[in-house]
Design a protein around this ligand. Structure first.
Ligand SMILES: *Cc1c(COP(=O)(O)O)cnc(C)c1O
Length: 372
């Protein structure tokens, strides 16, 4: 029994992966995104399960994340989407990691590296079609000329990333798709046909934006069981995924507080009635956002109980007055479901004024992980 732990269902992760594959169909590859320690689900365990489920590609953010997977015995292709700093390039080659290249200068540098090694190295090129972050912003002519002259590289993939994939109140996604398609045509005219064309992540799959499926998709959040909420006139979500992670702690103490008593740092909560206060072994050092102070909830014995007072480093305080069975030592579900009562990363994010991604990525190091 752990003070605080996450339980991760690898079966649910596998089911989510297959649900994504089902939406995109057999002709589109699925490259699950395992960056940031698989959104804190544990990248090594997740990668091994996905390898066993038949995935061909995994995507991470930096070379170090890829090296961890290789050293754990992962044989799949690994795409490194974020970093491409000079000190990392040796690791890319040594560990057979496939980089995404974000500018025409870097393309030249990597081509020279391949030449010096007398090898042909695979790479994917990323276009900035509107995200305004990493990616090549060049004319189609410049792009085609640079790609054609990189003779020691195998241009295996062309990709882009959407800024507003779940927002159906803007044309941005369509504009980005059009730009991408124009670049694909320009490359084709120069005799270059990268087999892997990938644009979309979870939202693209979830809302069935077929024109953006290309020949590969890069879902992260959906693999872990979430779909980002949409804006505007969204198509009905096609994807059936469920959270794979639940997060539990324990009630370390229960005490009676008289009406009028203050609770926690800054005395931000005052008992409006005689209150049974529960003290839970979880705090912001474990990843409970401070912003859920007086706003969040937890599940205790099947009841939703409000967080009262400020979240502190190691503890939160909850109002158990309406949770009759609660006893010291009882399990507290910080994120998850008990019977029909659900409190997931979207609920925590809404209470904290943030997004589900940061809730999952924020789960702290000292939270033990159990795979079920
Ligand atoms: C993180 C990331 C993804 C995955 O995004 P989700 O919304 O979690 O599916 C895909 N592509 C790139 C480039 C990313 O950085």
């Amino acid at each position: 029994m752990y003070r605080i732990c996450v339980e991760i269902s690898l079966d649910q992760l596998a089911a989510n992966y297959h649900a994504v594959q089902k939406v995109v169909g057999p002709d589109v590859a699925v490259a699950p995104v395992l960056k940031a320690d698989a959104y804190r689900h544990g990248s090594v365990e997740v990668a091994h399960r996905l390898q066993a489920e038949g995935a061909h590609w995994l995507a991470v953010s930096n070379a170090e994340e890829g090296v961890v997977l290789r050293e754990s015995g992962i044989r799949l292709r690994i795409l490194v989407m974020g970093d491409f700093l000079p000190p990392e390039r040796d690791a890319l080659v040594e560990y057979s990691l496939t980089p995404v290249i974000h500018s025409l200068e870097r393309l030249k540098e990597y081509d020279r590296l391949a030449e010096s090694l007398e090898r042909t190295l695979p790479c994917h090129l990323k276009l900035d079609t509107g995200m305004g972050r990493l990616g090549i912003r060049a004319t189609c002519e410049e792009l085609a000329a640079a790609a054609a002259s990189a003779r020691h590289l195998h241009l295996e993939g062309l990709m882009t990333h959407f800024a507003s994939a779940a927002d159906f109140s803007t044309r941005q996604t369509t504009d980005q798709i059009v730009q991408f398609e124009t670049a694909v045509q320009a490359l084709e005219q120069a005799g270059l046909r990268p087999p892997l064309l990938h644009l979309g992540s979870s939202a693209t799959v979830a809302y069935g934006i077929r024109r953006a499926f290309g020949t590969m998709v890069r879902p992260g959040l959906a693999i872990y069981g979430y779909v980002a909420p949409s804006k505007g006139d969204a198509p009905r979500a096609e994807l059936d995924v469920q959270p794979a992670l639940t997060w539990n702690s324990r009630l370390v103490e229960i005490k009676e507080m008289p009406e009028g008593a203050y609770v926690g740092y800054g005395a931000t909560w005052r008992a409006g009635r005689r209150t049974r206060l529960g003290i839970v072994a979880a705090g912001y050092a474990d990843g409970i956002p401070h912003a859920v102070s007086n706003r969040g909830k937890v599940i205790v014995d099947g009841y939703l109980a409000p967080i009262v007072g400020a979240v502190s480093m190691d503890l939160i305080t909850v109002d158990l007055t309406d949770v009759p069975p609660a006893r010291v030592g009882d399990r507290v579900t910080l994120l998850g479901r008990e019977n029909s009562v659900r409190w997931d990363a979207d609920d925590i994010a809404a209470a904290a004024g943030t997004i589900s991604y940061t809730v999952l990525c924020g789960i702290g190091n000292r939270v033990k992980r159990v795979y079920i």
